[in-house]
Unconditional design. Structure first.
Length: 248
């Protein structure tokens, strides 16, 4: 069942969303050549704690990090550790926060150092564009897969593929709620969107094929062809007008 959130609940999700955004901004500034992803994770944990919140990821099904830090061909769920960033890498930072019983979730992909190949920057731009295009469809009266199709059409038109093994999701009192939100689909299908639905929309876009595999750590998903992948995400509230992004 897809929950309709009250104004009070949306306000609380937005409060968590502001913390998520603060973490992403600070970690993005700190992510530079020579820095280990574990150092970024430690800093994220300190920031989250400073807001009186907690990481939604740490301990979730045993995940050890405060954030997910996925490099280059890593699609999602990269475990922060001793790996040091290099010039030319791209890094996906995924942050989830719980504050006063409500969750928010967002992700960005950034380029590390210089030079970063144009192909990598183009992938990052296309993925962010796909997210923004999908968000525009999150309005009352549309169908859920209108979001999915918009994302798919935007990315595929630019020669990229959409990961199918992982999807977006509803969010609120739980990190993962109904509905699942694929990044591909047939427009005009799926549940009718209603004002007050809160969705974590998150395209994962690959330079090559859409197939992924999980590394031996049981978490890190990588592209099967080892080509680059990018990930962007916002927590979004459906309204009868412009969608309300809660992680800005």
């Amino acid at each position: 069942m897809i929950e309709i959130k009250s104004e009070s609940e949306i306000s609380r999700i937005k409060e968590a969303g502001k913390i998520v955004r603060s973490v992403i901004e600070e970690i993005s500034k700190s992510a530079r050549p020579g820095v280990a992803t574990g150092e970024l994770d430690k800093k994220a944990g300190q920031i989250i704690k400073g807001f009186g919140a907690r990481s939604a990821f740490k301990g979730y099904r045993g995940f050890p990090g405060n954030i997910c830090a996925s490099i280059n061909e890593q699609v999602v769920h990269g475990i922060p550790g001793n790996t040091r960033l290099k010039s030319g890498d791209i890094l996906s930072i995924d942050v989830g926060v719980e504050k006063n019983g409500f969750y928010a979730d967002a992700a960005v992909t950034i380029a590390i150092g210089d030079p970063v190949l144009k192909a990598a920057r183009d992938l990052i731009d296309a993925t962010e564009g796909a997210l923004n295009t999908g968000i525009k469809k999150a309005v009352q009266g549309n169908r859920l897969f209108d979001i999915s199709h918009a994302i798919q059409a935007y990315a595929e038109k630019r020669g990229y593929s959409l990961v199918r093994a992982f999807v977006g999701h509803g969010i609120g009192r739980k990190m993962h709620e109904d509905p699942e939100i694929p990044n591909f689909g047939k427009p005009g299908t799926g549940p009718r969107l209603k004002s007050g639905m809160v969705l974590a929309i998150e395209p994962m876009v690959n330079q090559g094929g859409f197939e992924v595999e999980i590394l031996s750590d049981g978490w890190t998903a990588v592209t099967r062809d080892k080509k680059l992948s990018a990930h962007f995400e916002h927590t979004v509230c459906v309204t009868d007008g412009a969608p309300m992004v809660l992680t800005l």
